[in-house]
Design a protein around this ligand. Structure first.
Ligand SMILES: Nc1ncnc2c1ncn2[C@@H]1O[C@H](COP(=O)(O)OP(=O)(O)OP(=O)(O)O)[C@@H](O)[C@H]1O
Ligand SMILES: [Mg+2]
Length: 382
């Protein structure tokens, strides 16, 4: 038989071996997760700063697939301060959704697993839990209540066979079992009203397919905010909408956030949305954070060549360009990541230092850090 030199090619035997090894690893993790009555002490932790709702600390979420391990999120750390909006940007497949799904414990198991790091969730009563180790029953109490999520495509999240009202009532009932039916209904209608739906009582009786896209997105927001969560995760909340509705939904989200004093983790590849909404910005590339800072720092003074490229590829009104800039090349294969900077092969500013290992973080200012050797000399004294 001829030897195959192509590293991307797997024989059936190799694939079987990988699956067997994957099963061994994931079974072990699942067995550990599925124990009954896990004591609180196992997932109790301490916030580094009580001013944060969530602290991601070295989070690693991997997918064990039959062709190898996908390091979808590979050691990311950032904080979401109380009352602030943190924007997470990066191109498709860089791990934005997997980061938010990890925080909700909604990563597709058993192949998807959190294999390292902590996600510290501030419970508000002086306690903090590590979501990575929290048992599922505990997480169910938090989901929708303390942390809730607005998904990209409302049609896939709303159940087509139930009326809007029934679905909203269910959320309220789940987290407030003592509330009476009438009170729940009144609360649902009030919430539909709050998100700007005219004729809330009529819409309460409708089915999802009878609503327009913008209205469905409003219903999704109503559903996510009905229990006044401390953190709202919005994963591409406006991608499916046209620009005017998009602006209205963003306004709504901002107003509601201030009303209930919660934080937002805003995931999007639309830099305009981030510029308008976010206080802090986290830029991800291939499962890692390449740059983070305040929105001002990242927008006015982007330092990582990838962020600079992202900014240059954003269309701007009143600026004439022949062609919109696009970053050359593509994201490396997530299964065979190189052991040097993942962006090097696409970077026009790469130099001899970039041949070495993946760059650590260098700080450009106390709140602005970047994983790029170009900024090694500018490091602030710690
Ligand atoms: N269930 C899964 N099984 C295997 N790999 C997965 C799974 N879900 C996600 N991945 C991989 O994880 C990586 C990150 O995916 P993720 O969905 O977080 O990207 P994203 O940044 O949200 O992209 P987009 O902007 O397109 O939504 C991708 O390489 C993707 O292929
Ligand atoms: Mg996504």
């Amino acid at each position: 038989m001829q030897e195959n030199k192509n590293v991307n090619y797997l024989t059936a035997k190799e694939s079987r071996q990988i699956s067997r090894e994957n099963r061994r690893i994931t079974n072990q993790i699942e067995k550990n997760r599925n124990r009954r009555n896990i004591p609180e002490a196992e997932y109790l932790t301490n916030m580094q700063d009580d001013g944060n709702v969530v602290e991601f600390d070295g989070l690693k979420t991997y997918f064990y697939t039959d062709i190898g391990v996908v390091r979808a999120v590979d050691g990311i750390s950032f904080n979401i301060p109380k009352g602030k909006t943190v924007g997470v940007v990066g191109e498709s497949g860089c791990g934005k959704s997997v980061t938010s799904l990890s925080l909700m414990q909604l990563v597709q198991r058993p192949q998807g697993q959190i294999v390292g790091g902590e996600i510290r969730l501030n419970m508000g009563d002086g306690k903090a839990y590590d979501v990575a180790r929290m048992p599922t029953e505990q997480m169910e109490k938090i989901r929708g209540n303390m942390v809730s999520m607005i998904f990209q495509e409302p049609m896939t999240s709303l159940n087509p066979v139930f009326r809007i009202g029934v679905q909203l009532d269910e959320v309220i009932n789940l987290h407030n079992p003592e509330m009476s039916k009438e009170l729940i209904k009144a609360r649902s209608i009030e919430m539909l009203d709050t998100v700007g739906i005219a004729n809330a009582e009529g819409i309460y009786q409708r089915y999802p397919h009878e609503l327009s896209g913008g209205m469905r997105q409003r219903v999704m927001i109503a559903m996510a905010l009905v229990c006044s969560p401390q953190l709202i995760i919005a994963d591409e909340p406006t991608t499916a909408l046209d620009v005017t509705i998009q602006a209205q939904i963003l306004d709504l989200l901002r107003n509601l956030k201030d009303k209930i004093n919660s934080s937002i983790m805003l995931i999007t590849h639309d830099l305009g949305v981030v510029a308008e909404m976010a206080d802090h910005v986290v830029v991800m590339y291939a499962g890692r954070i390449v740059e983070q800072g305040t929105a001002q720092e990242v927008f006015l003074n982007p330092v990582h060549p990838y962020t600079v490229g992202l900014m240059a590829s954003k269309p701007v009104v009143n600026r004439e360009v022949e062609r919109l800039y696009s970053i050359p090349g593509s994201v490396p294969n997530p299964i065979n990541m190189p052991n040097y900077c993942y962006f090097r092969d696409r970077c026009d500013r790469a130099f001899d230092k970039c041949v070495g290992k993946y760059p650590p973080y260098f700080s450009v200012s106390p709140t602005h850090s970047v994983a790029c050797y170009l900024y090694e000399d500018q490091q602030h004294a710690k």
